[in-house]
Design a protein around this ligand. Structure first.
Ligand code: GLA
Length: 366
């Protein structure tokens, strides 16, 4: 067993299946070429020493002293994974960990899940702890839920650890069953345009937790274990909860529709489902902001086949499926629309489906 190594885990973009993961539903993300890289070396003194190329200062804590709250900021995502592993009885000792994060921060591309996933892979591999990647995803999620205090679902960590190059990851978040569905747009003359709206995240965590509570309450009132167990129809619920339920039920249906189209090689036809998802997130789930809505509108007007916000909402990114030949015009349309509304300048790029977390190599000799 080697004592050190370099590990990489990617950020993600969700094609469809938003706010379904904490309802035991279905998601369909891809991993991005953008990674968080963790250089890890075991230490014999029981100390966790954390540093980052993107931040000043070093966090040091004895692994035996780890408790939620003991470490804050970016280092909590790393320390939380070590804490969660130890909570579950895995013998993880001291480590020196240097983080180099190349996933844009605060853009809703899951830089935090990438950091957790790279850490989980690094410290388990270098400690000889053999856990499969679904287990690592669950532990990373536990770190975020209980150590960082963000009540996220399991999509982001799963995408980062399980995704494959040129494939989308269809994940049943209840059974954790996966299917890798080919997602390669270039041969079809298509591209996935990503627009980072740079909209400041507003009340993100509070609103996310509030949506989770709505869903939990609705499931309770309807007498089902999770909203995943509903198959549509009118629900006898107060208006707000009824709309939350309608989003989750219809979103699960859209994931199935998109998965069917992708399996059939009909990627060109997934556009309408993407756009319907956005409308549902705007009207029923109420997690969009003007920047996201204006971007989607401009992209569709410029000829995109479909567009939607991706991630938790309240800022972050929009994705659009467009003919390669239309990508520039779509990006220009968003820039013009943003300028016209007095929004800050968005950033546009095209995404391809990249590989999940991996060992990148050994630490070069010093
Ligand atoms: C965030 C969470 C995920 C998921 C999405 C919404 O990214 O971390 O678990 O709930 O929001 O789909």
């Amino acid at each position: 067993m080697t004592r050190d190594g370099v590990f990489e885990a990617p950020g993600r973009i969700n094609l469809i299946g938003e706010h379904t993961d904490y309802n035991d539903g279905f998601v369909l993300p891809i991993a991005l070429p953008h990674v968080v890289r963790v250089t890890a070396a075991r230490r014999d003194d029981g100390v966790l020493r954390l540093s980052s190329r993107q931040a000043h200062g070093v966090a040091e804590v004895r692994v035996a002293d780890l408790v939620p709250g003991a470490v804050t900021g970016w280092a909590a995502y790393v320390a939380g994974v070590v804490w969660a592993l130890r909570e579950e009885g895995h013998p993880i000792g001291g480590f020196g960990l240097l983080v180099d994060g190349r996933v844009p921060l605060g853009a809703g591309l899951s830089s935090s899940a990438a950091l957790e996933s790279a850490t989980a892979l690094a410290v388990t591999e270098l400690s000889g702890v053999g856990l499969d990647r679904r287990e690592l995803a669950r532990i990373a999620q536990r770190a975020e839920n209980e150590f960082v205090g963000m009540p996220c679902g399991i999509m982001d960590q799963s995408a980062s650890l399980l995704a494959r190059e040129r494939h989308a990851l269809l994940l049943d978040t209840r059974s954790m069953e996966t299917e890798h569905i080919p997602f390669d747009l270039a041969p079809a003359g298509l591209a996935l345009l990503v627009v980072d709206t740079k909209a400041p995240h507003r009340l993100v965590d509070g609103e996310y937790a509030a949506r989770r509570r709505d869903c939990h309450r609705a499931a309770e009132l309807l007498g089902v274990p999770a909203l995943r167990d509903l198959t549509g129809a009118e629900q006898d619920l107060p208006d707000r909860l009824a709309r939350r339920v309608r989003h989750v039920v219809t979103e699960n249906e859209r994931v199935a529709r998109v998965a069917d189209l992708l399996r059939a090689g009909r990627v060109r036809e997934i556009g309408p489902a993407l756009t319907e998802s956005h409308v549902s997130l705007r009207e029923d789930y109420e997690v969009t902001v003007p920047e996201l809505d204006v971007a989607v509108e401009a992209l569709l007007a410029a000829g995109a086949a479909g567009a939607r916000m991706t991630g938790g909402g309240f800022g972050g990114c929009v994705i659009a499926l467009a003919a390669e030949a239309d990508v520039e015009a779509c990006a220009a349309a968003v820039r013009a629309a943003f300028a016209g509304r007095g929004f800050g300048e968005p950033e546009c790029w095209t995404a391809v489906a990249a590989a999940g977390a991996r060992r990148a190599g050994d630490v070069p000799a010093r």
